[in-house]
Write a protein that binds this ligand. Structure first.
Ligand code: IPM
Ligand code: MG
Length: 357
């Protein structure tokens, strides 16, 4: 039976990069009869403009019934002055929490061809292969109470709450340990246990769960040190597991090790491996509509979708190989361009990947 994929382009460069990922999916439909049914819907600012809400009911319904979701990016200056409760980002956060996509996998993998595109020395990043497992539906992003208030002394205050329950930590820890088992059996849990109770508790529970995974070597690191170690000697890491906000920050940092934030895909999974797939970069309003954006993070997100939600590991590898091939051929979008290289457009990059498939 055909699997339904909800296609949510969103804002900024979202529609352009999604068009290239759809090109890849349609190529697989034709060439190997991949049995998928693609259905588009609105999210983020585009949905606000059309319906007044960043996550319209129709979109949420489609996302719930789909087998997988492919999302571009949300947000942009046009909607920044809106109330925080109805900003484009709420569309994305609403999808994550409504669909209980608590496990966010963000692999930072360096394609050998891009060793010189990183701002770090090639020898520091060559062979880099890190998996960041970010908790995605808890922590300070969702903790209550939150909001704005006026104190007795008349001062206005903004506030958020960092909370983690035992079961939230346990389930993300298990995903991380299981991922580490399949890789190099090393897991580094990142927290701020020296200052924040919620993450002292995080460390306690992760340590407790580690007893079930005796062949995985568990270490702990404070987030400030982790940020420093990631740029100093990133290859010391295999799998990193961390909270929602620390994962947000460290995954942007890690993306730069691989040459460009335009290269990093992600998967957000629930307990049944139903997933939403998106590049980790944002909507890049500064280059939107110019056919300049790098579609590879989104195309690599399709590969993750094939692997985790569509049970097509061979096709996943084929897509990843096609990306390697175009890089080997010297095709570069502007973000990964090196001196003397000619940059290709978003569409040319997508065409080249599809041609290899
Ligand atoms: C990400 C993004 C989102 C986040 C924003 C757009 C809400 O930065 O997916 O990393 O903070 O999680
Ligand atoms: Mg982010």
């Amino acid at each position: 039976m055909a699997k339904t994929i909800a296609i949510l382009p969103g804002d900024g460069i979202g529609p352009e990069i999604i068009a290239e990922a759809v090109k890849v999916l349609e190529t697989l439909q034709k060439s190997v009869n991949l049995d998928v049914h693609l259905q588009q819907a609105l999210v983020g600012g585009a949905a606000i403009d059309a319906t007044g809400h960043p996550l319209p009911t129709d979109t949420l319904e489609l996302a719930k019934k789909a087998d997988a979701i492919l999302l571009g990016a949300v947000g942009g200056p046009k909607w920044e002055s809106l109330d925080i409760a109805i900003r484009p980002e709420k569309g994305l956060l609403g999808l994550r929490s409504e669909l209980k996509l608590f496990a966010n996998l963000r692999p930072a993998l360096l394609f050998p061809e891009l060793a010189n595109a990183s701002t770090l020395k090639p020898e520091v990043v060559e062979g880099l292969d890190i998996l960041i497992v970010r908790e995605l539906t808890g922590g300070i992003y969702f903790g209550q109470p939150r909001g704005f208030r006026t104190l007795d002394n008349g001062q206005r205050q903004g506030f958020n709450t960092l909370v983690y329950t035992e079961s939230e930590i346990e389930r993300i820890a298990r995903v991380a340990f299981e991922s580490a088992e399949k890789r190099q059996q090393r897991l580094c849990s990142v927290d701020k246990a020296n200052v924040l109770e919620a993450t002292e508790f995080w460390r306690e529970i992760v340590t407790q769960i580690s007893k079930d995974y005796p062949n995985v070597q568990l270490t702990h690191m404070y987030v400030d040190n982790a940020a420093m170690q990631l740029v100093r000697a990133p290859k010391q890491f295999d799998v990193i597991v961390t909270t929602n906000m620390f994962g947000d920050i460290l995954s942007d940092l890690a993306s730069q090790l691989t040459g460009s934030i335009g290269m990093l895909p992600s998967a957000s999974l629930d307990t049944n491996n139903k997933g939403m797939y998106e590049p980790i970069h944002g909507s890049a309003p500064d280059i939107a509509g110019q056919n300049l954006a790098n579609p590879l993070a989104t195309i690599l997100s399709v590969a993750m979708m094939l692997r985790y939600s569509l049970d097509q590991p061979k096709l996943a590898t084929a897509v990843e190989n096609a990306v390697s091939q175009v890089l080997r051929d010297g095709l570069r979008t502007k973000d990964i361009q090196e001196e003397g290289q000619k940059a290709v457009t978003t569409r040319e990059m997508g065409d080249a990947v599809a041609a290899y498939l």
